[in-house]
Design a protein around this ligand. Structure first.
Ligand code: NAD
Ligand code: MG
Length: 393
């Protein structure tokens, strides 16, 4: 079999590293064409040594310069590119079959959308792309014939639990609801006052998953689940009321599909992102992921309702979904700004939800017909939320 040619956007991140781990387990099956990162020169250099991609992109020009020198000194046959346009270039290169979209945040949107327009098989980890540009992105996938496989563990689980030929028609497929599980994050049992006073170190200490810092904070605020509700709306053509959230602290059931006949099909496994990554890399084949077998004996699986009073970000996401238009782009951008400020210890944890609510009040209802409209909503939300956060710094 000819190796499938792979571009990994966000290769130096948690999802990128896990992707390369799966790739390494299957010599000859994949050909790594391009790896991208932002600033982590050492890690990118290691990845270049191990995988010999044709291109390594650093979105940060200074990091690219540093990498270029190191690559030249080691005589590696890797061309180093820099800047955001180079991300799009490698994501759309004619040689590439599969694009792993694993950049964090709306920064991943242009290259991921370009890959969709170019008709690639897209392994979508970068949920923010769908949150910001859902309709546009799905239209681009449909128009080009791109293949979209979800990497987010919940959406990957739902994808696995839906009929293989599911085309987005709930009625026809007999699907009643999608159940997204949420771990509840590190603050699940804390009272509101303790959550308000939480530090970045506490917020990124996730009980079940090792993830990048931004998504870890999103998990602590339940904004991650909110973004995933919006992601599910677009991936599966679900109406908001067909998407349910249930807190399942053990993270064994990764999500479920409820059918008209009362059946509920769940996908379970050890919480390890290599399972959804391997599923999507090998699809429709099942390939080894290096994940330890699920040990169910002696385990208790529990389920509880999410508490939107202590975790208002989840409700804000449902509100933005109901509002439609530019609201989800505003929600996402305000959240990105607020999380970055929180990680810098400039604002308290509960300023995240408050600044998003403020940005939605100020900006929701604006134009959202084109990509430019959405990018403008993103820019304005960063400005409005940033200014508001200054007042509580
Ligand atoms: P991470 O912070 O570990 O890695 C982010 C990657 O994006 C890095 O390679 C970084 O270099 C790159 N990057 C950051 N800013 C960039 C910019 N401005 N331009 C270009 N590249 C940039 O994050 P992660 O945990 O790997 O998450 C990546 C994406 O996958 C996120 O959208 C996240 O929500 C999603 N996701 C992650 C997990 C997980 O378990 N880590 C699970 C589900 C979904
Ligand atoms: Mg998830």
């Amino acid at each position: 079999m000819k190796p499938r040619v792979l571009a990994i956007l966000g290769a130096t991140g948690t999802i990128g590293v896990n992707t390369l781990d799966v790739v390494t387990r299957h010599p000859g099956r994949f050909d790594v064409f391009a790896l991208t990162g932002a600033t982590q020169v050492e890690r990118m250099l290691e990845q270049c040594r191990a995988h010999r991609p044709r291109f390594a992109v650093m979105s940060d020009p200074a990091a690219a310069t540093a990498l270029r020198e190191r690559v030249a000194a080691e005589k590696l046959a890797v061309a180093v590119l820099d800047g955001a346009d180079a991300l799009t270039e490698v994501a759309t290169a004619p040689e590439v079959d599969i694009v792993m979209a694993a950049i964090v945040g709306a920064a991943g949107l242009p290259a991921t959308l370009a890959a969709a327009r170019a008709g690639k098989r897209i392994l979508l980890a970068n949920k923010e792309t769908l949150v910001v540009s859902g309709q546009l992105f799905m239209d681009a996938v449909a128009a080009s014939g791109a293949e979209l496989l979800p990497i987010d563990s919940e959406h990957n689980a739902i994808f696995q639990a839906l009929p293989r030929d599911f085309g987005g028609d709930f009625q026809q497929a007999g699907v009643k609801a999608l159940w997204l599980t949420a771990s509840g994050g590190p603050f699940r049992t804390l009272p509101a006052e303790a959550i308000a006073a939480a530090t970045p170190a506490q917020a990124v200490a996730h009980p079940n998953w090792v993830m990048g810092r931004k998504i870890s904070v999103d998990s602590a605020s339940l904004m991650n689940k909110g973004l995933e509700v919006i992601e599910a709306r677009w991936l599966f053509n679900a109406r908001p009321e067909q998407i349910k959230v249930v807190v399942h602290p053990q993270s064994i059931v990764h999500s479920m599909v409820e059918y008209a006949d009362g059946s509920v099909i769940a996908q379970m496994g050890t919480p390890d992102m290599r399972t959804p990554i391997a599923y999507a890399l090998g699809f429709p084949e099942r390939i080894d992921a290096g994940v330890p077998a699920l040990e169910l004996l002696g385990r208790q699986l529990t389920f509880e309702a999410p508490d939107t009073a202590r975790f208002p970000c989840l409700q804000l996401a449902f509100d933005a979904l109901a509002a439609g238009g530019n609201a989800a782009a505003v929600l996402n951008a305000a959240n990105e700004v607020a999380v970055a400020r929180f990680l810098d210890e400039a604002v308290p944890f509960n300023a995240i939800a408050a600044s998003i609510a403020h940005a939605l009040d100020a900006l929701a209802g604006g134009p959202a017909a084109t990509l430019d409209d959405l990018l403008e909503a993103d820019r304005q939300a960063r400005r409005v939320a940033g200014a508001w956060l200054e007042t509580c710094a």
